[in-house]
Design a binder for this molecule. Structure first.
Ligand SMILES: Nc1ncnc2c1ncn2[C@@H]1O[C@H](COP(=O)(O)OP(=O)(O)OP(=O)(O)O)[C@@H](O)[C@H]1O
Ligand SMILES: Nc1nc2c(ncn2[C@@H]2O[C@H](COP(=O)(O)O)[C@@H](O)[C@H]2O)c(=O)[nH]1
Length: 252
């Protein structure tokens, strides 16, 4: 077999010219006859697989209006797939709700503490939502990725825009309510908001629902009407990443 130095198909930067172009032309040789091409293609496939495994699983961004059901779906997912997902614990200046735990649901901090950390460059993204500060610290994401788990970020639409400017490369999922009326009922029934906070969240939800329709903003939109249906769709969307993490974690 000839060693064909085809510059067009060979990604080896050392190969600048084709040493046998004339003969290749005459004998109608193609890439299959090229040792360099075959070797580099093989190397490239192996290198890509290795890089992907080393980079770890892709994070997943969950967004959508407050009350759409993001936390409900995430909790189900993390319970069913224990040891596959890890939650990126955000910082917030809002008060904890009954049952929420510092360091688990959020890191609850003052505005001063949060602003200082933002100024120090400790955050990947941060936003003001409904009168409070929220943000994803670099440490929160790194803590999950260090365990080779799928990092879940639950963030608002400003966070989505900001994450798109980073190299995090997540899968973007938007959880949508069936209607504004249903959303309002869910938020009221949750009994976590004052009337003022509820109205702020509903106003933000209108904007959020328009935002989610922007082309290319989300990879997937899931309508959370019936919880089990929405959860089924979510599992389906993430099935490939879930299998990959399970496989890697089983072999290590
Ligand atoms: N499919 C559903 N059908 C009925 N109720 C639901 C459904 N999904 C979630 N809920 C309820 O709606 C309320 C809001 O859900 P959840 O707290 O998960 O929303 P969220 O999107 O995480 O909100 P936030 O962004 O404010 O944290 C909760 O009380 C939850 O139990
Ligand atoms: N941009 C960010 N948004 C965040 C973050 N953590 C949570 N959120 C979003 O805030 C609202 C309200 O949350 P709640 O817990 O007060 O109901 C919701 O849309 C979350 O997705 C964050 O780190 N960055």
């Amino acid at each position: 077999m000839l060693t064909c130095w085809q510059p067009c198909v060979c990604s080896d930067s050392r190969v600048a010219t084709c040493a046998c172009s004339e003969e290749r032309e005459q004998r109608k040789l193609g890439p299959a006859d090229c040792k360099v091409e075959n070797r580099t293609t093989e190397n490239r496939v192996m290198r890509d697989a290795k890089t992907k495994a080393m980079a770890g699983p892709r994070p997943v961004v969950f967004s959508g209006p407050s009350g759409a059901g993001k936390s409900t779906l995430l909790k189900k997912l993390m319970k069913e797939y224990d040891g596959v997902f890890g939650f990126s614990v955000s910082h917030t200046t809002r008060n904890p709700r009954p049952g929420e735990e510092n360091g688990k649901d959020y890191h609850y901090v003052t505005r001063e503490v949060m602003q200082t950390a933002i100024d120090n460059g400790d955050f990947i993204e941060n936003a003001e939502f409904s009168g409070n500060m929220y943000g994803t610290s670099k440490a929160a994401v790194q803590a999950v990725q260090a365990k080779n788990l799928i990092c879940i970020l639950d963030i608002d639409m400003q966070g989505v825009r900001n994450i798109k400017r980073t190299d995090l490369n997540p899968i973007y999922i938007s959880i949508q309510p069936p209607s504004m009326a249903v959303l309002e009922k869910r938020l009221r029934d949750r009994k976590t908001e004052s009337e003022e906070s509820l109205q702020k969240r509903l106003r933000a939800a209108q904007v959020d629902m328009e935002f989610s329709k922007e082309p290319g903003m989300f990879d997937v939109l899931i309508m959370n009407d019936n919880l089990e249906d929405a959860y089924g769709q979510l599992k389906h969307v993430l099935s490939e990443e879930i299998s990959m993490v399970k496989k890697v974690n089983m072999s290590s």
